[in-house]
Design a protein around this ligand. Structure first.
Ligand code: ACO
Ligand code: PYR
Length: 528
């Protein structure tokens, strides 16, 4: 296997994405995670840009990384001054990184319009900035900004800019598809030509504006490029950068190119989620390789086939990238989905058992009314238990009332709920307030039941989604409420549907509590 080095720019180009800003401490934590994963280079930021990036380079010096090199980013010098007087270049050296990477212009249009200098002067900027940095930094990379657009406009000049970098003896020249508009077939032709003129090792840095960043990076790798730049989860300016969470497994598992150590690939999903968490973003469900849906099967035909052989509908084993197969239950299910789910919940079912068909019919009928079990596996498990007669009634709700009130036009709305429950022979009547009617109802249900089941205090409501479903002819719209809850051990989803939002929320809340009580009782029984 030949080695392709991974240059991660999540902490620099990733932060150029709308809504992403990492604290210095977060940047240091992500750097550790990338280092553990086996990334070769971590671009920490642009020290000439802001004090936070200066602080990162200071702080990371105190940390012990196992193998990754830290890179600082900047640009070629300004026109009319020498590199030793250029503040941006001075700060790059002062940051004392293992690698300095600077970008320069390769597109004649940019030289004229953005820098407003002559084409020859730009060649001087590139050469003497890099030559100076080579004398002051252990390793120097050159990002040829807009290389593919520059080549398309003026190939001779674009190659001249690379030659200026080569003469300065840089360690790697990275061809950048900065505007992200290059197609993989054009990129391949251009790289083949570059290789005729340039002997310095080449890298690729692709943006995703035409959804080709991963394809372009892989194409470049297939043509012998030795460094791939990208970000975790594809974060980056505009539509993002090349997504390393797709590039790394594709290179290792499909192209047999080594990048990070093979055993680290199993940590890919964990790395992806870690970066989402620190970026304060919800993970993308449908992200290839690492997303929750990447190996989730919904169609009955698919589920039946993967149970016979997973490769029928999976392009690789999900465990290789730290993910797992999931079976979804919906109105597109067949018996195979129900049986797979039953197995997951350790419930014994047989495909010939009439209960299997009863559950299947029930689901299809309920989905027709607006229920959705894909995100509500806890409600589905309770449904199976009810059909099998293994459902335990821990409590019953005698009734509840929710009041929304505005006592004065200047005052905030007040929500209050009262509920009457029966546990064993005891009736409990409680009231609670909340910052909305559903919150008040949730508080009242728990307050009433916590007395009997203290472990309900551990349950947290993590997410609440309401969807108004399209009305049928002559009927009112139905409302679907999906609730995600969790305790210290796990998270679970429940669903409720009604033409009344409080009733839909009530159903989902009751399922949430019932699921927790079943779960705790079962885990206690298995410990005994
Ligand atoms: C393709 C990329 O992703 S490159 C990275 C882009 N990232 C960023 O821009 C984030 C960090 N940037 C910053 O903090 C600021 O833009 C700074 C500190 C770098 C510069 O700020 P300012 O001095 O106020 O300049 P401003 O941002 O308005 O304009 C950019 C300047 O850089 C110059 N410039 C742009 N590219 C280059 C280059 N390759 N070499 C030299 N100068 C360059 C422009 O000509 C312009 O200078 P001028 O206004 O003196 O003509
Ligand atoms: C260098 C860089 O970030 C780009 O060209 O996109």
């Amino acid at each position: 296997m030949s080695l392709v080095k991974i240059y991660d720019t999540t902490l620099r180009d990733g932060t150029q994405a709308e809504d992403i800003s990492f604290l210095v401490e977060d940047k240091v934590r992500i750097a550790h995670k990338l280092d553990e994963f086996g990334v070769h280079y971590i671009e920490g930021g642009w020290p000439g840009s802001n004090p936070k990036d200066v602080a990162f380079f200071k702080d990371i010096k105190k940390e012990k990384l196992s193998q990754a090199k830290i890179a600082a980013f900047g640009s070629t010098r300004r026109a009319k001054i020498t590199p030793d007087k250029d503040q941006n270049i001075i700060t790059l050296i002062q940051a004392q990184p293992d690698v300095v990477t600077i970008f320069g212009k390769t597109w004649d249009f940019h030289v004229r319009e953005a820098l407003r200098i002559s084409l020859d002067e730009n060649l001087e900027l590139i050469f003497d900035s890099l030559e100076y940095l080579k004398a002051h930094a252990p390793e120097v990379f050159y990002d040829a900004e807009h290389f593919f657009d520059g080549y398309k406009a003026n190939p001779e000049y674009a190659i001249k800019t690379l030659k200026a970098a080569e003469e300065a003896k840089v360690d790697c020249i990275i061809l950048c598809d900065t505007n992200g508009g290059t197609m993989p077939f054009d990129l391949a032709d251009i790289i083949k030509d570059v290789k005729k003129h340039i002997k310095t090792p080449l890298g690729i840095h692709a943006h995703n504006d035409s959804e080709c960043a991963v394809a372009n990076s892989l194409m470049a790798v297939s043509l012998g490029i030795v460094q791939v730049q990208g970000t975790i989860n594809g974060f980056g300016e505009r539509c993002g950068n090349a997504n390393l969470c797709s590039i790394i497994p594709a290179m290792q598992l499909k192209m047999h190119k080594e990048s990070v150590p093979g055993e680290k690939l199993k940590k890919l999903r964990e790395l992806s989620r870690y970066v989402y968490e620190l970026a304060n973003f919800s993970p993308s469900k449908h992200q290839p390789y690492v997303g929750n849906s990447a190996f989730a099967h919904k169609g009955g035909v698919h589920v039946s086939a993967i149970q016979r052989h997973p490769e029928t509908y999976e392009h690789l084993r999900p465990e290789l990238v730290g993910n797992s197969t999931r079976v979804l239950v919906s109105d597109l299910s067949g018996r195979a989905n129900i049986l797979a789910k039953a197995e997951e919940f350790q419930i014994n079912l047989d495909s010939k058992d009439p209960v299997t068909l009863e559950i299947l019919d029930n689901i299809k009928e309920m989905e027709n009314r607006g229920y959705q079990f894909e995100g509500a596996e806890a409600s589905f498990e309770l449904l199976m238990k009810r059909a099998l007669g293994t459902h335990k009634k821990f409590f019953s709700v005698i009734g509840f009332r929710v009041i929304d009130e505005k006592r004065h036009e200047d005052q905030k709305m007040i929500s209050e709920a009262t509920i009457m429950v029966k546990v064993g022979g005891k009736v409990e009547h409680t009231a609670a307030e909340g910052n909305g009617p559903v919150n008040a109802l949730d508080n009242a249900i728990r307050k009433a039941l916590e007395k009997f089941y203290p472990r309900l205090k551990e349950v947290k409501l993590l997410d609440y989604k309401v969807r108004v479903l399209p009305a049928g002819q002559g009927t009112a719209s139905a409302i679907r409420v999906l609730i995600e809850s969790g305790d210290k051990q796990s998270r679970w989803g429940t669903v409720g549907v009604s033409d009344n939002i409080i009733d839909a929320s009530y159903q989902a809340l009751i399922d949430c509590i019932e699921f927790k009580l079943h779960k705790d009782e079962e885990s206690e029984a298995s410990r005994k």
